[in-house]
Design a binder for this molecule. Structure first.
Ligand SMILES: [Zn+2]
Length: 305
């Protein structure tokens, strides 16, 4: 049973919007593409885990803290006597290892994911001990999900699961005797959820301002700003995708809210932000999906609860 579902991280959502509305510097673009790829790998991993037969409590994308060190866990499974921890990598192409270091094929050193795995495992153990669950064993696995991935000079480490071993790994997992989880497992799940930290995605983003961003609405499929607005639908002139006018406006307003969480939503600002629709339509959509607040000239809109 999944007790914490994976969602698109806010940082990725924001970078998707920014990449459509401004020119990202090369390093930001790279960071964005890496996040996108990592997330894609995690989704692939989640789909594989649906084949597990053993009853488990699954917590995805946890951000925990121990001794002021924050550590992010791609997936944590609470089973009968074991807590399984999975670090998922969607690396593509050839890599090699040398003297415990990890390199791309062209020789660029990157953080060794095995070190990250070991470090997280130690912190998980300490955290379980602190919460009073030291009887659980911790098993950590580094899962490479991309079928094109190759690691030269890989160590013979059973915690590394290569794409060609994934199927066997699942079979092995399914041979573990079935669990019967009780309140102790549920409580551990709840306690881990309670210590989950909310990440601040804004501190890692490139600087942006309202004036510096491209206003307007873009296609949900291909990000083209070349759209035709009809009565009911907006249609992309580049790829032909259509979306209802209300949905497209709502999406565009929500992008603004995510980009500028401290700024108020007003009709005039949203009219300017959406750029291609009338004031009247802007106001109608705001009234329909948001809560009106303030008076006269000072009317703004809040998210409905
Ligand atoms: Zn399109």
């Amino acid at each position: 049973m999944i007790i914490k579902h994976r969602q698109v991280p806010d940082e990725l959502k924001l970078l998707r919007i920014l990449s459509a509305r401004m020119d990202l510097a090369e390093t930001d673009k790279q960071n964005y593409l890496n996040l996108e790829k990592g997330f894609e790998g995690e989704i692939k991993f989640d789909a594989l885990m649906e084949n597990l037969q053993q009853e488990r409590l699954i917590l995805n994308d946890l951000l925990l803290e121990k001794n002021t060190t924050k550590f992010q866990l791609d997936s944590l499974h609470i089973a009968q006597e074991t807590v399984y921890h999975f670090e998922v990598k969607n690396f593509e192409g050839d890599y090699y290892m040398e003297k415990d270091r990890f390199y791309t094929y062209s020789g660029k050193e990157i953080l060794n994911p095995l070190h990250q795995l070991r470090r997280s495992e130690t912190l998980i153990r300490q955290l379980l001990q602190q919460l009073g669950y030291s009887s659980f064993q911790v098993e950590s696995y580094l899962i490479f999900v991309n079928p094109t991935f190759t690691l030269y000079q890989a160590p013979k480490d059973p915690s590394i699961i290569f794409p060609t071993q994934l199927e066997r790994f699942l079979l092995k997992m399914n041979r573990v005797p079935s669990s019967s989880l009780n309140y102790r497992h549920t409580r551990l799940g709840e306690e881990l959820l309670a210590v989950h930290r909310v990440d601040d995605p804004y501190k890692r983003l490139p600087a942006y301002s309202y004036e510096g961003l491209r206003r307007g609405m873009y296609c949900t499929n291909c990000n083209s700003f070349k759209i035709s607005v009809g009565k009911q639908l907006i249609v992309c002139n580049a790829c032909g995708t259509n979306e209802t006018v209300d949905q497209a406006i709502l999406r565009t307003i929500k992008e603004y809210k995510l980009l500028f969480p401290n700024l108020k939503l007003t009709t005039s600002r949203m009219y300017d932000w959406c750029n291609v629709i009338s004031q009247k339509t802007t106001r109608r959509v705001l009234c329909k999906y948001f809560e009106k607040a303030g008076h006269n000239r000072w009317i703004f809109y809040n998210e409905r609860n």
